[in-house]
Design a protein around this ligand. Structure first.
Ligand code: MG
Length: 158
């Protein structure tokens, strides 16, 4: 039995915030704004996994009105979501992510992001793919106003 899920998220880039993507702290003059660490990549992954199992979305489990999750490391959120999947005997078959950011260059950090995701998803790194693209300076991501991420996951009954 296989189930597929899709996730999409956007966060605004602002001064005086850390830029955290895929659990990696990336040096940049702006960071993503959000209640948690605003790791847009991990949020898209959480939504993809939740979506695949018909479990709604990340806001259902970690409401941004709950002070518990203020500044939380989104790897903790993903860990919880993977636990929900495990309870239903589903594991990640493969996961494919696209991050849309005009700047900074993400290629140097992709390997570490993949390692973080593999650890959180409890699978080997060959099941995880992360791509980064710009939008050729078009739209809100192109103007550097924010970063978005898309994720597609195939979950397999263990
Ligand atoms: Mg988010």
């Amino acid at each position: 039995m296989m189930r597929i899920g899709h996730g999409f998220d956007v966060h605004r880039l602002v001064p005086e915030r850390d830029l955290v993507l895929g659990g990696v702290n990336i040096p940049y003059e702006l960071g993503l704004l959000g209640h948690s660490d605003a790791d847009v990549l991990l949020h898209a992954v959480c939504d993809a996994v939740l979506g695949s199992l018909g479990l709604g979305d990340i806001g259902r489990y970690f409401p941004d009105t709950d002070p518990t999750y203020r500044g939380v490391d989104s790897l903790i959120l993903l860990d919880h979501v993977i636990g929900l999947a495990k309870n239903r005997e589903y594991v990640v078959g493969n996961l494919d992510v696209t991050v849309v950011a005009q700047r900074p260059k993400l290629a140097p950090y992709v390997e570490e992001m993949v390692a973080n995701l593999a650890r959180a998803c409890k699978v080997t790194a060959d099941r995880i793919n992360i791509k980064a693209t710009t939008t050729e300076e078009l739209g809100y991501t192109g103007r550097g106003e924010g970063i978005s991420a898309h994720a597609v996951v195939l979950m397999i009954k263990a």
